[in-house]
Write a protein that binds this ligand. Structure first.
Ligand code: ACM
Length: 538
C-alpha cells in the first residue's frame, strides 16, 4: 500500500513547488527586473534524443523496443568492489519510483534474469579509467567500465536519459521506459573542475554537498575549495586556533562568517569521494591573507595585527616572507589540511601579490613548494607561480587572459585552464545581470562554451593541458541559490569543454542539448539563468 509513503512527499512537493516560484531564497532587496534582451528568445526545438551534456564520444540510438523499468527490475553489480556497489545504489535511488521499494541491488549475482540492469568492470582498461560503455535494449541494460568511476559516469548518462521528473523529491511517475541506445564514452581531460570561494561568503556543509551533487551530474571530478582570503579563514587548524576563532567571524559586507571543523571538512571530502570528486584545498598565500594576519600579529612584519576586512579590494595583504615563523605557520597548515585530504594536490594560491619583488615572490613559492611536497602533495598555484622554479609535478592554474605560459609548458609544467573571460562563473552574463562582477568581461553561455583549451595559448597544446576548471568567486554571492544562478547553465558548458571531443562539439547542437537540461534542473530545484541564447525546453 504505497499511500503512506507518498503523503509526506506530496507535502514536500508543494514546498518545493512553492520555492521554485520565487527566484531567490535570499532576503536581499529585489533587483530591478531584467530589461528585454536584444536577442530574440529562440522557439523551443525538440531535442535530438538523448539530450546529453556533456556530449559523449559516440551515441547510437537503437531501433528496438524500449527497456521497461518495472517493480521487478533488478540491478546486478558484477564486481566485489564496494565503490561499484555504491554506484548501483545511486542508480537504484534514482529508480525508487517503480514500485513500493524500488529495484533490488545484488552484488555478484549467480544468475542474471533477462530484463536486468547489469553493471560490470569488464571494459578494456585501454579505453581509460573513466571510460564506460552503456547499452540499453528491450532485453536489459548493460553498463561496463574498467573502474567504478567509469560506472558512475555511465550512470550519470543513463540518468540524463531517464525522465527528468525522477529528480524531483516528490512527484514520481511509473512505469518508466528507456529508449534503446548504445553509448561509448571517455573524457577528453583528466581534470574537470569547479572552484567555490567559501572565503568571501561562507557556504556551509549542506551547500557544498549540493554543489557537489550538481558537479557529479555533469561528470566533473574536482572541487577546489578556496578556503582562505582577506575576508575569512574557513577551516579549523588545531595548531593555530585563532585562525577560526577570530579569522572566520565575518565575511564580505560584515555579515556573520563561519568555518568547517576538521570533522566537517572530512564529511565534505567523503561525500565528494562517493561521487568520484577530489576536494582540492586552497590556502591562498602570501597575499589574500588578511584573515590570518588579523588573527596572529606574529605573521605581520611589523608585529601588528590589522583589523578584519569586509570589503572586496585585493592586493593589500601579505605574509611576512622574511620571517621564519611564517614558514612554521605554513608548514602546520599544510600538514593538517594534507592529512585530511586524500587527493594528491594542495593549492597554495599565489595570486595578486603586490607587496613583493618578483625575486622575493619566487623564493617564497619555491619554499612553499618544498613544504607541500614534504607533506606528500603536489603544488598547484595561480598562474603567477610560473615565476618560481616549479618542479614538473607542480601545476599552474591559468586565469589571467593574455598571460603567456608557453615557456612554462616547454619546461614540462602542466596547466589547468581557467581563463577569467571564459571560465569565471562569477562574471556577469550581460549588462542586465544584477549579481556578479565584470572586470574580465561579460560571459554569456556561448562565450563560456566556444573555446578550445588546447589552442587558447601559444605553446600550450593538448599534452600540456591537465584540464579545465570553472572558478566561482563569491564577493557578490551570499546564498547557494545565487551561486546556482551564476553557475548554471555555464557550468554545464565548461563541463562539456572539459569532457567532450573538440571536433564533435559545436554551439548549435550544444544549445539544443543544453535547453533539454532545463526540465531536469527545474525538477532538482536548480536556480538556473534562463539565457536568451538557449531554446529551453518547457
Ligand atoms: C584570481 O582570480 N585572483 C585567481
Amino acid at each position: 500500500m504505497p499511500w503512506p509513503r507518498f503523503v509526506p512527499r506530496l507535502a514536500a512537493a508543494l514546498v518545493v513547488a512553492a520555492s521554485l516560484t520565487s527566484c531567490t531564497a535570499s532576503s536581499k532587496p529585489k533587483p530591478a527586473p531584467r530589461p528585454p534582451s536584444q536577442e530574440p528568445t529562440p522557439a523551443p526545438t525538440p531535442a535530438p534524443f538523448p539530450a546529453l551534456v556533456p556530449l559523449p564520444v559516440s551515441v547510437r540510438p537503437g531501433d528496438g523496443a524500449p527497456f521497461a523499468v518495472s517493480p521487478a527490475t533488478a540491478i546486478f553489480v558484477q564486481s566485489p568492489d564496494p565503490r561499484a556497489m555504491f554506484v548501483a545504489e545511486f542508480l537504484a535511488g534514482l529508480l525508487t519510483t517503480v514500485g513500493p521499494v524500488g529495484p533490488s541491488v545484488t552484488q555478484m549475482g549467480a544468475s542474471i534474469p533477462e530484463g536486468s540492469v547489469v553493471l560490470s568492470l569488464d571494459l578494456d582498461p585501454a579505453a581509460g579509467e573513466e571510460a564506460y560503455d552503456l547499452s540499453v535494449a528491450s532485453t536489459g541494460v548493460s553498463l561496463k567500465a574498467s573502474s567504478p568511476a567509469g560506472l558512475f559516469y555511465g550512470v550519470q548518462t543513463l540518468r540524463q536519459i531517464l525522465p527528468p521528473i525522477l529528480e524531483h523529491d516528490a512527484a514520481r511517475p511509473r512505469p518508466i521506459a528507456i529508449p534503446p541506445v548504445r553509448i561509448t564514452d571517455r573524457p577528453r581531460f583528466a581534470w574537470r573542475g569547479a572552484m567555490l570561494d567559501v572565503a568571501r561568503h561562507f557556504f556551509g556543509v549542506e551547500d557544498v554537498k549540493r554543489y557537489l551533487d550538481l558537479l557529479a551530474l555533469h561528470k566533473m571530478n574536482r572541487l577546489h575549495l578556496h578556503l582562505s582570503d582577506d575576508q575569512g579563514w574557513r577551516i579549523e587548524i588545531k595548531s593555530w586556533p585563532n585562525l577560526t576563532a577570530m579569522g572566520a567571524r565575518s565575511e564580505v559586507g560584515g555579515t556573520v562568517g563561519g568555518f568547517y571543523t576538521q570533522e566537517q571538512y572530512k564529511e565534505i571530502v567523503a561525500y565528494a569521494r562517493e561521487r568520484f570528486i577530489d576536494i582540492v584545498p586552497e590556502i591562498d598565500m602570501p597575499g589574500h591573507t588578511n584573515a590570518a594576519l588579523s588573527s596572529y600579529p606574529e605573521l605581520n612584519c611589523d608585529g601588528v595585527a590589522p583589523p578584519p576586512y569586509t570589503d572586496i579590494k585585493v592586493g593589500f595583504s601579505c605574509l611576512c616572507v622574511s620571517d621564519e615563523r611564517t614558514y612554521g605557520f605554513i608548514d602546520d597548515v599544510v600538514r593538517e589540511i594534507s592529512a585530511l585530504t586524500p587527493g594528491p594536490f594542495f593549492h597554495a594560491g599565489g595570486d595578486e601579490v603586490k607587496k613583493l619583488t618578483d625575486a622575493d615572490y619566487a623564493q617564497f613559492i619555491n619554499r612553499v613548494q618544498d613544504i607541500v611536497e614534504r607533506h606528500g602533495k603536489r603544488l598547484i598555484g595561480w598562474d603567477e607561480v610560473a615565476l618560481a622554479a616549479l618542479h614538473p609535478a607542480s601545476v599552474i592554474q591559468h586565469w589571467r587572459p593574455g598571460t603567456a605560459l608557453g615557456a612554462a609548458a616547454a619546461k614540462g609544467s602542466k596547466l589547468i585552464m581557467s581563463p577569467a573571460n571564459r571560465a569565471y562563473l562569477d562574471m556577469q552574463y550581460d549588462p542586465a545581470s544584477f549579481l556578479g562582477l565584470f572586470w574580465a568581461g561579460r560571459i554569456e553561455v556561448r562565450d563560456a562554451y566556444s573555446w578550445d583549451p588546447a589552442t587558447l595559448m601559444e605553446g600550450v597544446g593538448e599534452g600540456s593541458v591537465l584540464g579545465v576548471e570553472a572558478p566561482l568567486w563569491t564577493e557578490t554571492l551570499a546564498t547557494i541559490r545565487e551561486v546556482e544562478s551564476m553557475a548554471f547553465p555555464r557550468l554545464a558548458a565548461i563541463a562539456e569543454v572539459a569532457w567532450s571531443p573538440q571536433a564533435a562539439r559545436g554551439w548549435d547542437d550544444f544549445k539544443i542539448r543544453l535547453g533539454g537540461q532545463g526540465p531536469r534542473w527545474q525538477a532538482m530545484g536548480v536556480n538556473f539563468y534562463r539565457s536568451p541564447q538557449v531554446p529551453w525546453r518547457p
